[in-house]
Design a protein around this ligand. Structure first.
Ligand code: HEC
Ligand code: HEC
Ligand code: HEC
Ligand code: HEC
Ligand code: HEC
Ligand code: HEC
Length: 224
């Protein structure tokens, strides 16, 4: 009896779910004043090419306060609990304590690079690297061939960012981790171009550094 009832109920629920899915915005956290789902008015937060898994059930309260009152008159009512990396670190690995942590995380927080709800780019990125990097860093870091200021990555005055990321179009993320690393300057110990087998061992020197990369011999650079 129970199982037949269960099956009938679940057929009904599937039909209901299909009907409900047509209005992708239903379900999830409800507004205390109107009784409506938050997502029914804030549709853009739960639509787009990539939707944050944290919103898969259209729940808002993991990140927003849910005190009572009319939030359309008082924006603090459903305000974000915390805009800092602390909010994100409740579910994601914290980068704190690693040898080098991208100052972007402390200075501008995760939402300097990521959108919290949904995005048209993978990984919820606002834009993709290298353009993403140049929203905060100056392009002269790479464009200028000779320099004694724009970068510490140089041989004499030859800009080695220009040689690698410019002329040879090596992606920023081939050498740098976007979040943090056990080596200085966010230099990845392994995983260049997604290949774990490629390792990069970096040691800083007073006027430069030394890199041992598994695809070329140890090379050093010295600034003038
Ligand atoms: C009946 C429609 C409706 C519902 C339901 C609703 N909102 Fe809103 N919300 C609005 C409107 C309208 C505004 C003010 C205009 C705007 O910024 O979009 C607003 C503003 C906000 C803001 C402030 C935006 C800012 O600029 O600071 C947040 C945050 C927010 N809503 C979150 C929520 C959450 C979370 C829920 C559910 C708990 C919810 N809303 C439910 C219509 C609604
Ligand atoms: C993973 C955490 C997270 C979840 C879950 C979340 N939000 Fe947000 N929300 C944020 C953050 C962080 C901001 C601040 C963004 C900023 O200032 O750039 C924000 C801002 C907003 C704003 C105002 C600014 C804007 O971007 O338009 C609205 C409206 C909003 N959220 C609605 C919602 C609704 C509705 C839900 C549930 C369907 C929801 N959020 C779920 C993290 C979240
Ligand atoms: C309530 C838990 C929760 C919170 C809070 C949360 N996330 Fe997530 N996030 C998830 C889950 C679950 C996934 C999917 C599994 C994974 O990739 O770790 C995810 C995935 C992601 C992804 C990868 C998306 C992809 O397309 O692969 C990014 C980027 C992300 N979250 C950024 C953030 C940022 C930035 C914040 C803070 C504003 C945040 N998250 C807060 C639960 C959360
Ligand atoms: C400087 C920009 C930047 C900041 C700040 C940033 N991220 Fe990312 N994040 C990226 C980029 C770029 C990728 C994609 C990397 C790739 O293509 O392999 C990414 C990928 C991710 C992913 C999915 C893949 C992975 O590495 O696990 C998660 C989850 C994520 N970020 C969470 C966070 C959280 C949480 C914070 C804050 C503590 C944060 N990000 C701060 C740029 C950033
Ligand atoms: C939201 C702003 C922001 C974005 C976007 C951003 N950065 Fe940064 N980054 C900073 C700040 C702030 C610093 C510290 C000041 C400086 O060195 O310019 C920094 C420093 C760095 C450093 C030096 C770290 C050290 O310990 O020497 C590297 C390497 C770096 N960023 C790489 C990147 C790469 C690669 C990207 C793109 C994937 C990127 N950044 C995107 C803000 C940002
Ligand atoms: C071939 C590896 C490599 C690539 C590719 C690379 N970098 Fe770097 N980057 C380095 C090294 C090594 C340093 C450390 C320089 C030093 O001694 O201070 C560095 C330092 C930095 C710094 C700190 C300030 C400075 O220039 O000294 C920033 C910011 C930075 N890189 C951003 C980027 C961005 C953005 C890209 C992509 C456009 C990129 N890097 C591509 C190796 C690389």
């Amino acid at each position: 009896m129970m199982s037949l009832f269960g099956r009938v109920t679940s057929v009904f629920l599937v039909a209901l779910a299909v009907a409900v899915n047509c209005q992708a915005e239903s379900g999830g956290t409800l507004d205390k004043v109107t009784g409506k789902p938050c997502a029914s008015c804030h549709k853009s937060k739960v639509s787009g090419a990539f939707i944050h898994d944290a919103l898969a059930e259209k729940e808002c309260t993991p990140c927003h306060k849910a005190t009572g009152g009319d939030h359309q008159n008082d924006a603090t009512i459903y305000a974000v609990k915390d805009k800092s990396a602390k909010l994100c670190s409740e579910c994601h690995e914290s980068q704190a304590g690693k040898t080098s942590v991208h100052p972007a995380i402390e200075a501008v927080e995760c939402i300097g690079c990521h959108l919290p709800h949904s995005a048209s780019n993978k990984n919820l990125l606002k834009t993709l690297a290298p353009d993403l990097c140049f929203t905060c860093h100056n392009r002269s870091l790479v464009d200028q061939k000779e320099t004694s200021t724009v970068t510490g990555f140089r041989e004499g005055t030859q800009n080695l960012h220009n040689v690698h990321a410019g002329k040879n179009a090596i992606p920023c993320l081939a050498c740098h981790d976007q979040h943090a690393s056990s080596q200085p300057h966010l230099l990845r110990p392994k995983g260049m171009n997604g290949k774990d087998a490629v390792t990069l061992t970096y040691t800083a020197a007073p006027k430069g550094g030394n890199c041992t990369v598994s695809c070329h011999d140890a090379l050093g650079y010295e600034r003038k």
